[in-house]
Design a protein around this ligand. Structure first.
Ligand SMILES: Nc1ncnc2c1ncn2[C@@H]1O[C@H](COP(=O)(O)OP(=O)(O)OP(=O)(O)O)[C@@H](O)[C@H]1O
Ligand SMILES: [Mg+2]
Length: 345
């Protein structure tokens, strides 16, 4: 038999991948962003098509009460986890914890990392121990506790544990304690708590994508979200509404126009955050940069959206010459390598 050399492409691994997801169920909610964090079936099918194009079989598994039985009835070699989970602060842990319990390998971060990242205040507290600069904040869980409590206005009001700008309307900035009361009350009524009140950082916005693990960790060049106009008064917020209508309000630039030293700092900080939180395979980190060059960590997404042509993570990879297909296969490969499984090309 001929020996394989590095320049001979490996045949696609004969594996079965279980795509674990939470799909959007309906689109006519009274609260339009109620299912914002969930994936559309188009994204799930796009992933399935990527795997099929590499000769990889897939099984689609919804992360709901049927998942435990489905995982026992269906053989999969590895799960490609994009599930946000059903409920509660620990919802993103549902699929990884179950997969760990059943001894099934899975891509992406483990349950602990996902839970910490989803709780924005907790994550900021942890990262401040690593000297990562992040806006000062307070967490409010009940109406009786609504106060600025020493924070400087303007402040932004957002759910403490949501993503996809769920609960972040254009009008989410308070310039006084009275405005804060109105905004937090609204947020508590619509989405429940806790609510994160954070000092608003005037400045440019960037997001940084990471791919891989250990020495093979790759940090993509920062992508700037360039606002063409203010989204509310004097403010620029990458809100739920802006994300729905992004083509008319923002453009994306990568590599971003940044002084080399600032770019280096952003990339280095993103890498440090990824490692500090024990992220695996992929993640996206959001930053704001003030005019005087102070970099602020806003939040990290260890399960960044993978919708082709829409989500920021595939977009920033595309700028770096990595197609959606390559990106998805690279995430799978990174996961497989961690478990010592044969990798795909
Ligand atoms: N402290 C802040 N100062 C200025 N702008 C902020 C701040 N926090 C949030 N924003 C704005 O609100 C947007 C959404 O906030 P954030 O990234 O925390 O929410 P998310 O719903 O988790 O987002 P994602 O869609 O990335 O999951 C940010 O992209 C930014 O434009
Ligand atoms: Mg964000």
């Amino acid at each position: 038999m001929e020996e394989m050399t590095d320049d001979v492409p490996l045949p696609p691994a004969r594996i079965v991948v279980g795509i674990i997801f939470n799909s959007k169920h309906k689109t006519d909610h009274e609260i339009p962003d109620l299912e914002a964090e969930y994936d559309s079936m188009d994204t799930v099918y796009a992933l399935r098509n990527v795997f099929a194009s590499a000769g990889i079989q897939t099984v689609l598994l919804e992360c709901d009460e049927t998942l435990p039985q489905a995982l026992q009835d269906t053989h999969i070699d590895i799960a490609f986890n994009i599930a946000e989970g059903r409920g509660g602060r620990g919802r993103e842990a549902e699929a990884p914890a179950l997969l760990n319990l059943l001894g099934i390998p899975f891509t992406g971060s483990d349950e602990t990392t996902l839970c910490i990242a989803l709780d924005k205040a907790l994550c900021k507290k942890l990262l401040s121990a690593y000297h990562v600069r992040t806006p000062r904040c307070r967490v409010i869980s009940a109406e009786k506790d609504i106060r600025l409590g020493g924070l400087h206005v303007p402040v932004i009001v957002k759910p403490n544990a949501e993503g996809s700008s769920k609960g972040i309307p254009d009008a989410c900035i308070a310039e006084s304690e009275a405005e804060l009361k109105d905004l937090v009350r609204r947020e508590l009524q619509l989405y429940g708590g806790p609510v994160l009140v954070e000092e608003y950082i005037h400045g440019r916005e960037f997001t940084v994508g990471l791919l891989g693990n250990g020495d093979a960790l790759r940090v993509f060049p920062p992508m700037e979200i360039v606002f063409h106009k203010n989204t509310n008064g004097n403010y620029q917020i990458y809100s739920y509404g802006v994300k729905q209508d992004y083509k008319n309000i923002v453009s994306y630039e990568s590599p971003a126009k940044l002084e080399p030293s600032l770019e280096k700092q952003m990339v280095r900080t993103a890498r440090r955050i990824y490692q500090a939180l024990g992220c695996r395979d992929f993640a996206r980190v959001d930053f704001r940069l003030t005019e005087d060059g102070k970099l602020y960590f806003i939040e990290i997404n260890p399960l960044p959206g993978l919708a082709p042509g829409y989500s920021d993570y595939p977009m920033l990879a595309e700028f770096a010459g990595v197609s959606h297909r390559e990106l998805v296969l690279a995430v799978l490969s990174a996961g497989m390598r961690r478990y010592g499984l044969e990798t795909v090309q």
